[in-house]
Write a protein that binds this ligand. Structure first.
Ligand SMILES: *Cc1c(COP(=O)(O)O)cnc(C)c1O
Length: 447
């Protein structure tokens, strides 16, 4: 495990990373984005060591994936053992224990005490697509309802479900039809104010269902805490309301916990904070501890609606990924990592509450899924240039942060749950300094 300390040996990116990044431009298409053009040599815990010997503090976890750390011993040893035995059979061809064991664990962990089944896949988008397929098979209806600011993936069906055009959807249409969008209860930006947010968002959902015909809708798909859309925590009561609306109309209630699930928010699933019980629950990102694994866990009667042979994929539930997931789930067993996620939230809130800046509209989130939304002083006008500048200052100081939000004006913090308080505190000092030191002038003509 690399020393858990921020160490800057060169400017960032350093010369070796710059050289490699230049070569990349001749080999890869520009459509593949990059947050920080630094090449990684190794990583462990909450530290990424680059090819120039810099130690960066990881507040991204590879987008909420390495929640148990970048090379957790419980994951690495299982993957190593599994690789020595066999790397692949295709579960649709011949079976193995790891797949069944991961499914059994997810059935036990997912909210609700009804009988469940789990099918494994390789990515989050694949999990969401399959949830839609299952909901359609179970209801015989075609429609899908999603929300503003939603992110569900980059495959064509999930792009139809994802809200933001640029960069995800631009030029890639047409997308599958019968995907309808309702407002998400985003308290900060709700026109009628945060108080009325949940009730008015639910009324808008009912109106949409009346318009498109509730009996044409197979699934309502919702993130319990939005990810790419800006780490939006919905107004209290919104999610239980959506669940109630879905049940009343015989619509499958699908909860996309690809980003918020598997311990990230201080509970195994963000659904637990709200007391909702998904009919179908989608997980991925943190589930495989860095190996590609996605899952749909759901009510047995819905999952069994699909005919034999209707689900699966060549790599779906790969044995190495299943071995890794068993290591991840074991690490959550004693509850210490969940408690750590809640402590991380408290540490972030405390440090950021001391930061006085007219650019900060809100610090929000749950557990180790926290964010700062930036606006122009005295308004709600998004300030993406500030988020970008803050991220750039953090990057230059060796703290890896990500930007998100429909308006690109949100800095999100996704540290591995194994980050020490000392390391987190160092990173937050850098972040706080980046925020208070920011000098962005309103553009000419802007308020
Ligand atoms: C990342 C993400 C996805 C897509 O997962 P991939 O593994 O990138 O396909 C879907 N839903 C949510 C909420 C996500 O954050």
């Amino acid at each position: 495990m690399p020393e858990q300390r921020r160490i800057l040996r060169t400017e960032l990116p350093g010369p070796r990373s710059r050289e490699r990044h230049e070569r990349r431009g001749e080999v890869l298409p520009r459509g593949l984005g990059t947050t920080l053009p630094v090449f990684v040599e190794r990583a462990g815990g909450a530290i990424i060591v680059d090819v120039d010997g810099n130690h960066l503090i990881d507040l991204a976890s590879g987008i909420a994936v390495t929640s148990v750390g970048a090379s957790a011993p419980a994951v690495v040893s299982r993957v190593r053992d599994q690789a020595a035995k066999f790397t692949h059979t295709c579960f649709l061809v011949t079976e193995y224990d790891g797949y069944v064991e991961v499914a059994a664990r997810l059935n036990a962990l997912a909210p609700g005490d009804h009988p469940k089944r789990t099918a494994l896949f390789s990515t989050g988008a694949e999990a969401v697509e399959n949830a839609v397929k299952i909901a359609r098979a179970a209801t015989g209806r075609p429609g899908v309802v999603v929300f503003d600011h939603a992110y569900h993936g980059r495959s064509l069906m999930t792009l139809a479900m994802t809200a933001k055009d640029d960069p995800y959807k631009t030029g890639f249409g047409p997308f599958p039809g019968q995907v309808h969008r309702a407002p998400y209860a985003y308290p900060l930006r709700w026109p009628g104010g945060a108080e009325k947010c949940a009730a008015e968002a639910l009324a808008a959902l009912e109106e949409l269902l009346a318009e498109v015909g509730a009996d044409t809708v197979a699934a309502i798909v919702v993130e319990p805490l939005q990810g790419e859309g800006g780490f939006v925590v919905p107004a209290p009561g919104f999610l239980t309301g959506v669940q109630e609306v879905a049940r009343r109309h015989g619509i499958v209630f699908v909860v996309d916990e690809v980003q918020s699930g598997v311990g990230r928010t201080g509970a195994m699933f963000a659904s637990e904070h709200e007391g909702i019980v998904p009919d179908l629950l989608c997980t991925a990102k943190a589930l495989g501890g860095g190996l590609p694994l996605g899952a749909v866990t759901g009510r047995a009667e819905l999952m069994e609606a699909v005919h034999p042979g209707g689900l699966g994929g060549t790599f779906a539930g790969n044995p190495l990924a299943c071995a890794a997931a068993l290591g991840v789930l074991e690490m959550f067993e004693d509850g210490a990592l969940l408690e750590r996620a809640r402590d991380i939230e408290a540490e972030i809130r405390e440090r950021l509450s001391a930061v006085q800046s007219p650019w900060i509209a809100e610090v929000r989130g749950r557990g180790a899924m926290m964010a700062i939304e930036f606006v122009r002083p005295g308004s709600l006008e998004p300030a993406p240039e500030v988020a970008k500048a803050v991220a750039a200052r953090c990057h230059a100081q060796g703290v890896l942060t990500l930007v998100c939000g429909t308006y690109g004006n949100v800095i999100r913090l996704l540290p591995p749950l194994v980050i020490s308080s000392e390391l987190l505190s160092d990173a937050l000092d850098v972040l706080a300094e980046a925020v208070t030191g920011i000098d962005v002038r309103p553009e000419p003509g802007a308020r």
